[in-house]
Design a binder for this molecule. Sequence first.
Ligand SMILES: Cc1cc2nc3c(=O)[nH]c(=O)nc-3n(C[C@H](O)[C@H](O)[C@H](O)COP(=O)(O)OP(=O)(O)OC[C@H]3O[C@@H](n4cnc5c(N)ncnc54)[C@H](O)[C@@H]3O)c2cc1C
Length: 405
Amino acid sequence: MDLAPSPKAEALRGELRDFLDTRILPNEATHQQQIDASGDRHHHPAILEELKAEARERGLWNLFLPDAEHGAGLTNLDYAHLAEITGRSPVIAPEATNCAAPDTGNMEVLHMFGTPDQQDEWLTPLLEGRIRSAFFMTEPDQASSDARQIASRIERDGDEYVINGRKWWSSGAASDRCKIGIFMGVSDPDAEPYRQQSMILVPLDTPGVRVVRDLPVFGHYDGHGGHPEVEFTDVRVPATNLLAEEGDGFTIAQARLGPGRIHHCMRLIGMAERGFDLMCERSLVREPFGKPIARQGVFQHWIAQARVRIEQARLLTLKAAYLMDTVGNQGARMEISAIKIVAPSMTEWVLDKAIQTHGGAGFSNDFPLAMMWAHARTLRMADGPDEVHEMALARRELKRYLPES
Ligand SMILES: Cc1cc2nc3c(=O)[nH]c(=O)nc-3n(C[C@H](O)[C@H](O)[C@H](O)COP(=O)(O)OP(=O)(O)OC[C@H]3O[C@@H](n4cnc5c(N)ncnc54)[C@H](O)[C@@H]3O)c2cc1C
């Protein structure tokens, strides 16, 4: 199993690292200042458009999409090496390179399941970074970690579908740049459980779509469209907005969530590495009780533990990406679940230690540690809670011990 990047990805890696170090990291403060100055946390700052134009010119664009005509034509393994770099600046780098969630997953769905008309209307502007998108699955009134419980309705009426329901944690949907959403709901309550749901495209300016409220994460409101609660009341869209066939909701969800999950994990490794850098740098310059923090035994334990935990998670992520390339997303399902359990907790642990090393500063916005910690923590929930992935893995493991029927 060769987990090294291809020569093409190696070249892109050098370019991306340079772009990160010379353009993205030095502009993190400007990005925040421009948002603050606008008085709107969902403001799209000019610096981001500048960085997007530059990334595109440098060939650092749509790196996630395996299709060479529309994307960079990289394997999952190659992309893993690159996504790790964008994870070092999770608020800016993924969007600057048009590789941000939930757009990447939505673009993959449109790429795999969209009709030519759907692709012209929505995939093209997404691939060009002109608009953003949302994914409407989770519902406040249902245990949505079990997607069979999703209760929103998608009902056929002549040439249209009528959509009713309430979603929340709809990342990105509060931004006026978010123009389209992929909505999951029940189209046939009498079908067998995995054929009841469909997915349909809903333009956000359709009458009946209403952003009810933005949701804070640990008391802090994210920018870039946040994670709002959205109400859908008698929303009518053309029947041609349906993705694939009625009843294909689960099939599409499975196809979407595989790559999406692993992209998050790849970026988490980058977040952990940035936290590790900051932790080591800080430990050498602060000297409480007469010697650098770096020379305290407990700190050396953290450094060693952080390094081995990051390496373990990286290897497992690369292995999952390699298997997605060689046996397909379905064949790599268990490894994708495994890395989704490992990477957020690992990153959360490393960032927790980096915050502790920084003293009070670690909790402030003077360093990106608190923001990245919150992000890592939410990823133990988003795209499926830890426990659901553990259940899937445990079932698969136990299957090998059950008597054959
Ligand atoms: C920051 C953030 C962004 C998000 N973005 C999006 C988005 O863009 N679109 C979207 O649709 N959703 C999004 N989500 C929602 C997320 O995917 C859901 O919160 C998640 O799937 C869990 O669903 P639920 O909240 O309904 O929890 P529930 O289904 O109510 O589950 C609650 C808890 O039950 C436990 N549990 C569940 N199953 C088991 C089991 N088998 N064994 C043991 N324990 C179990 C788990 O601890 C779980 O956390 C986002 C969430 C967050 C926090």
